[in-house]
Design a binder for this molecule. Structure first.
Ligand SMILES: Cc1ncc(COP(=O)(O)O)c(C=O)c1O
Length: 389
């Protein structure tokens, strides 16, 4: 991986920090960030023309570039701020009635759980979080456990493509196929997916999909997308109703008007998608990502053993991407996290789900084996201090 050390210079990350948490908020290459700031300056120089004329053109270019990358029709996705926004939009648009159920797993992202919890409670519906046994051993077992939660009241399956605290790639292709056979629509939370693992939306064919561009696609923050299958587009209402609803000058797509024209905003982050894709291409990011996965996987057993723990699935490309998470024993997860950051200058998240604490590392092009070697040394010291048991 030392051959990628030169990639560090393309990022603004503080070199004094061992940065092992790309997963939370990504990190943007300098060239993309510079364009972002250029757009913001252009807006301030000529706000009216930039917002009313230039932004719609650039947004369309962003949408088209992203659609090309994700293999879908550019009219089937809209740019949104973040995946939470997309989850709220779709959850609030569904015609949920008392007794209806949204089926999910107990491995989902907390913010999304909260959105569903809120919407279901307000409609008298239920958010059914099917327990999944960890470590995952096979897709079949996972599918069996998830689909045990299906009932006559199941209106939708909501599931992560890559989970957050546990960092697992879930077999969403199989979930969609099986759900289709029951006539149940599927909404995939792919916050971690664009730029991380290959995504072909046409082939996957979900009803709904959301992904963040500001994580593994490396755009500035506030840039994500919401994909809605054509069959559903008329039923998904804007979260914020504004000029795009009953638009005075409608575009060719009501779906795009409803969800993209929703008030004055700084769209600069969303406009950087073509530049972020160019950066990936210029630096052969598919190869970089492959090398990163090799680092992630080849260190998995050492990491788990050091922490007296175990991995959460077979360590192969099928379940593991550029992040790896293992359960840890600690009496004080907050103190542990602060110790990594304040004493050792290591940014690594200590996560919590279903009563279990997890330590998760992410590897991207600016990392090297040396970063994990530093982490492992520090873990040994922290164990001696008793912060990890
Ligand atoms: C699995 C998952 N879903 C959704 C999100 C999106 O969160 P937000 O809307 O705050 O960007 C994240 C963020 O880390 C995530 O890991």
């Amino acid at each position: 991986m030392s051959e990628f050390n030169h990639l560090k210079s393309h990022f603004l990350l503080n070199p004094e920090i061992t940065f092992l948490n790309f997963g939370s908020f990504g990190a943007t290459p300098k060239s993309v960030f510079e364009l972002y700031q250029t757009y913001q300056a252009d807006l301030e120089r000529d706000p009216v023309q930039f917002i009313t004329v230039k932004t719609p053109q650039l947004l369309r270019q962003s949408r088209e570039a992203l659609a090309g990358f994700l293999h879908c029709d550019a009219d089937d996705l809209v740019m949104v701020t973040n995946p939470s926004y997309a989850v709220n939009t779709i959850a609030k648009s569904l015609n949920l009635e008392p007794g209806d159920e949204i089926l999910t797993t107990n491995l989902e992202y907390g913010a999304c759980d909260r959105a569903w919890d809120y919407v279901c409670a307000s409609r008298g519906a239920y958010y059914v979080q099917q327990p999944i046994t960890l470590p995952l051993t096979s897709d079949e077992k996972f599918m069996e456990e998830l689909f045990e939660g299906v009932s006559n009241q199941t209106k939708l399956i909501f599931i992560s493509h890559i989970t957050s605290a546990t960092a697992l790639i879930l077999p969403v292709e199989k979930v969609i196929k099986k759900a289709n056979s029951y006539g149940i629509p599927v909404f995939i939370d792919g916050a971690h997916v664009p730029g991380h693992i290959h995504l072909d939306l046409q082939q996957l064919d979900p009803d709904f999909y959301t992904g963040a561009c500001h994580k593994w696609l490396m755009t500035p923050k506030g840039s994500s997308f919401m994909y809605v299958n054509k069959a559903w587009q008329e039923q998904i209402f804007p979260l914020a109703v504004s000029w795009g609803y009953k638009a005075v000058k409608p575009s060719h797509s009501q779906f795009i008007d409803w969800h993209e024209m929703n008030g004055t905003n700084d769209y600069a982050a969303r406009l950087c998608i073509p530049e972020a894709l160019k950066f990936r291409k210029d630096y052969n990011w598919d190869d970089v990502a492959q090398q990163c996965r090799t680092i992630v996987q080849s260190n998995a057993e050492i990491f788990a053993r050091l922490l007296h723990s175990h991995t959460l699935a077979p360590v192969t490309d099928h379940y593991i991407g550029q992040m790896l998470s293992v359960p840890i024993q600690t009496n004080d997860p907050d103190k542990l996290y602060r110790s990594f950051v304040d004493e050792y200058k290591i940014e690594i998240p200590v996560m919590h789900q279903n009563g279990i604490n997890y330590l998760r590392y992410s590897i991207n092009g600016f990392n090297s084996q040396a970063d994990l070697d530093i982490l492992f040394e520090v873990i040994e010291q922290i164990i001696k201090k008793g912060l990890i048991q």
